[in-house]
Ligand binder design. Structure first.
Ligand code: GDP
Length: 286
């Protein structure tokens, strides 16, 4: 199920997150480590306002580790606590607890000084669809609580999930919309599978992805498709990949849709290695 983000839905999603903020100490903002900027909600800073936050770069197992490190430093330099995690394998879960406690240390010390009994840190996970919110909740809970996939229409009573003794997590994550007004952001979201292919043209997504690989990961591209040289012309690149992978129509014509589908699928399943589609430097050029 894909959420249709009409203005009314955005307002409702925002309201639902805002309502929960009063119940919690900290927001765990989940983003995709392959697109840490494009997978953020455009209004997140305004929505969560001055609530403490821990930014979690999820799916780090699929991202370029070198660039992930650059992103973590970038966020730290900008005063945002950030961690790289892999919710599917459960990597980084302990650090989430440690870091959350660290961020809230002062607040909890003040509460203790006033004689308030120590309690668990209360947290809410927020993020755009498909970023791994349900997977992370299930990992932290160590059992299946959240249904994976988008369930915007289903509401039920709010429940707290205990994560060890130190964290309590709201069982329903806050689902926010991505920044799809920007064409390039849309292409990145589509390349990583965050939005449905039907929203954008498959060939457009593949052209974007191949150009990106051409420029940033030429060796991976060459090796995967046995290319001696990477043709400059994108059509020729499609032709070369098509020839090698049998994506042809009768009369020896390249089946461009088939090539596009193959390339996108192979990127998403890590056949071209660990890829990150944006760097912190790109942001300053915006
Ligand atoms: P939600 O819509 O934010 O709740 O996202 P889901 O939890 O349903 O996850 C979307 C997809 O991403 C699922 O296929 C998950 O298995 C996958 N996924 C979630 N976290 C990770 C991760 O850290 N690494 C990888 N490789 N896949 C993940």
């Amino acid at each position: 199920m894909t959420i249709q983000w009409f203005p009314g839905h955005m307002a409702k999603a925002r309201r639902q997150v805002t309502e929960k903020l009063g119940l919690i100490d900290i927001v765990f903002e989940l983003v995709d480590a392959r697109i840490p900027a494009s997978s953020r909600n455009p209004m997140i800073d305004e929505i969560i306002s001055n609530k403490p936050r821990l930014l979690l770069l999820n799916k780090a197992d699929m991202a370029d580790p070198k660039v992930t490190k650059e992103w973590i430093s970038y966020f730290k330099e900008n005063g945002i606590h950030a961690l790289a995690i892999d919710s599917q394998a459960g990597i980084g879960m302990k650090q989430i607890v440690t870091e959350a406690k660290h961020i809230l240390q002062e607040k909890f010390d003040k509460m203790a000084a006033k004689g308030i009994r120590p309690r668990a840190v209360r947290a809410l996970i927020v993020g755009i669809p498909n970023v791994g919110k349900s997977t992370l909740i299930n990992r932290l809970a160590k059992k299946n609580i959240a249904q994976t996939g988008d369930r915007p229409g289903i509401t039920k009573a709010q429940q707290w999930i205990k994560v060890g003794k130190e964290i309590e997590l709201l069982d329903t994550p806050g689902i926010l919309w991505p920044k799809f007004e920007d064409q390039e952001v849309g292409l990145k979201l589509a390349t990583t599978g965050a939005i449905k292919d039907t929203i954008l043209n498959l060939q457009d997504i593949a052209v974007y992805a191949l150009r990106f690989l051409q420029e940033n990961y030429p060796i991976s591209l060459k090796e995967r498709y046995n290319l001696e040289d990477i043709p400059n012309e994108i059509v020729e690149l499609f032709d070369e990949i098509g020839k090698r992978r049998g994506c042809m129509m009768s009369g020896g014509i390249t089946d461009y849709d088939k090539v596009a589908e193959l390339v996108i699928r192979e990127i998403r399943t890590e056949k071209l290695g660990k890829l990150t589609f944006e760097k912190p430097q790109d942001k300053s050029e915006d």
